[in-house]
Design a protein around this ligand. Structure first.
Ligand code: ADP
Length: 556
């Protein structure tokens, strides 16, 4: 029997319409050097319409790619809404990638128009000559003549426009197309390749709508929330928050380029922020800033953390010292990106050991994400909370393949094919799944340390070291060892002025991890190198070690 229900396509324009009318009074607040700049969602809706008209006038009439090279701000949110809603495909470029990688990603995506923040116009001017598909550059904010000329100089660039002038005369309403297929691409994002080039993922309208509903519902976001979005809009779809805000009417606080702990603390205090989203290093910096300088963060109930494993000590410290609930999430660019969120099940006493175990896990799979574990021989490993395997996932917001445009190398194609297993995505993450859907990752397959035939989790060691009160950051990688094949090397950043030694840290680990896992090799460093999205850059640490650039102390 066929249902009697209507089936309108799930489109980004439906989020735009809902958010900018029903929640028209909610706001996006952009941090600037002069203080907060406010725009209501109603105004965002008008700007989105004007941007869509402007893009049409520049020849974006179908599913061409429109790129952004922007911080988190109101204009970036506007592009997130306008571009997919008009039927084009948004490609938010990661401004922090190395230039060669950025050129690869931008060429592969093939944006014809790119919207650029004025504060990023100079670096973009150095890239644009390598991007032959780019016909128009739109600069948001004032820019000097020399930069404007540099942007306009490649022959393929037809014109450089000023964002405000281009939008000014356009109508403030737009007839958003309703005939789009909900399975068509709405936006795209790239993930870092392991050995080959970055891989592109094209999100669908349907996947994005369902994902945002899942994230908003699971986190319990409402129109009362004021969310500080530190996770960049150019990283993994900003974890769905731009679209969650349209569903729920939560106000967004956008830090633009002010990403240090001090301005973030000021934003929380001044804007009465209730929640936020960012990688562990961001919240770790904020914690140390609050401990040292203080700020009124009493409005904040929840900070979501993900992108790499959140140290349990961080989760506990925010709860104990600031009454802030850190919600640990796991996901991947390939998954739109959220797969699980660590909310303990009913009946678990808050504050109990069991409670903290749940909070430190990668969390419970969201409705819409199915997971299974696979052993090294390809057989299914039971989800019994104890057996370990590689996690595979499937669901409506998980990619089925990588975006191909024919320019990939043989390595890229081989790497891309190897990521899929009979309709499931191989995550490359190793861990345990409990019968009630909680995921505990032990490591990334490529970061696990293989010592004398046994596996050591680099993340477990990092967490144990970071629980020491004098440690600011710690990252552990496997390095070659004659006897054991591989052994852990711990790189640590100590708090200024402490007299803690490597021997003290070793002693601290005894009893917390198995004796044979305690690293003998240590490097005290100024800073742990980070990737473009703020994760510990283990590739870089291994390279520094191999090239003799790390001062390693060996203690037995
Ligand atoms: P990249 O490969 O460029 O880092 P992503 O940002 O998509 O791309 O990273 C996804 C990966 O990040 C996951 O496969 C996993 O290894 C890691 N990750 C994300 N969240 C967590 C988490 N909460 N705990 C541990 N690892 C995580």
């Amino acid at each position: 029997m066929k249902s009697t229900m209507q089936s309108p396509p799930l489109l980004i324009s439906s989020l735009l319409r809902h958010g900018t009318t029903i929640h028209g009074d909610s706001e996006v607040v952009t941090w600037t050097a002069e203080g907060p700049r406010r725009l209501s969602y109603r105004e965002v809706g008008q700007h989105a319409a004007q941007l869509a008209h402007a893009l049409r006038s520049l020849g974006i009439t179908g599913d061409q790619r429109v790129g952004t090279f922007m911080w988190n701000n109101a204009e970036h949110l506007t592009a997130y809404l306008a571009v997919p809603s008009m039927g084009a495909v948004l490609h938010a470029l990661n401004i922090r990638l190395y230039p060669e990688q950025l050129v690869y990603v931008a060429r592969h995506g093939g944006s014809e128009v790119v919207i650029v923040d004025n504060t990023l116009a100079a670096p973009f001017a150095r890239l644009v000559e390598h991007l032959p598909a780019v016909r128009h550059v739109i600069v948001s904010g004032p820019v000097d003549d020399a930069t404007r000329e540099a942007l306009a100089s490649p022959p393929h660039v037809e014109a450089v426009h000023d964002y405000a002038t281009l939008l000014a005369d356009q109508p403030a309403t737009f007839d958003w197309p309703e005939h789009l297929d909900e399975n068509d691409a709405s936006s795209m994002c790239y993930t870092s390749g392991t050995t080959g080039n970055p891989k592109g993922v094209a999100y669908s309208h349907r996947g994005n709508v369902l994902h945002s509903m899942g994230v908003a519902g699971t986190l319990g976001i409402s129109s009362k929330d004021r969310l500080l979005i530190v996770v960049p809009l150019f990283h993994a779809n900003a974890w769905g928050f731009p679209y969650c805000s349209m569903i729920t009417g939560a106000t967004l606080v956008m830090p633009d380029r002010f990403l240090q702990a001090e301005p973030l603390a000021a934003m929380i205090e001044a804007e009465r922020v209730t929640g936020g989203a960012g990688v562990p290093t961001i919240w770790n910096d904020l914690l140390h800033h609050l401990d040292e300088h203080g700020a009124d963060v009493s409005s904040c109930r929840m900070l979501m953390v993900g992108g790499s494993a959140a140290p349990p000590a961080l989760i506990r410290a925010f709860a104990d010292r600031y009454n802030i609930d850190i919600v640990h999430g796991w996901g991947m660019t390939e998954m739109s990106p959220v797969g699980s969120l660590a909310l303990p099940p009913q009946g678990v006493e808050p504050g109990s050991e069991e409670y903290w175990r749940y909070k430190s896990s990668q969390g419970r799979l969201l409705y819409g994400v199915e997971g299974r574990l696979v052993g090294p021989d390809g057989s299914i490993v039971p989800s019994d909370g104890e057996s370990v395997g590689e996690l595979e996932v499937r669901g409506p917001w998980i990619t089925d393949c990588y975006y191909a445009n024919g320019t990939e190398t043989a390595t890229d194609l081989a790497e891309a094919t190897a990521k899929f297993d009979d309709g499931w995505l191989r995550t490359g993450d190793v861990g345990r799944l409990s019968p009630n859907g909680y995921l505990t990752l032990t490591d990334r397959a490529k970061d696990v340390i293989k010592s004398g035939g046994e596996w050591i989790s680099s993340v477990d060691l990092e967490n144990a070291v970071m629980a020491h009160p004098d440690v600011l950051e710690a990252s552990v990688v496997g390095v070659p060892d004659e006897r054991w094949g591989e052994r852990p090397l711990a790189s640590v950043v100590l708090k200024p002025g402490t007299s803690t030694t490597v021997a003290d840290l070793r002693a601290f680990l005894e009893g917390k991890v198995a004796h044979w896992q305690v690293p003998e090799r240590w490097a005290v460093v100024e800073e742990v190198p980070k990737t473009s999205v703020g994760k510990f850059d283990k590739k870089q640490l291994r390279k520094r070690f191999a090239e003799g650039d790390l001062e390693v102390v060996t203690v037995d």
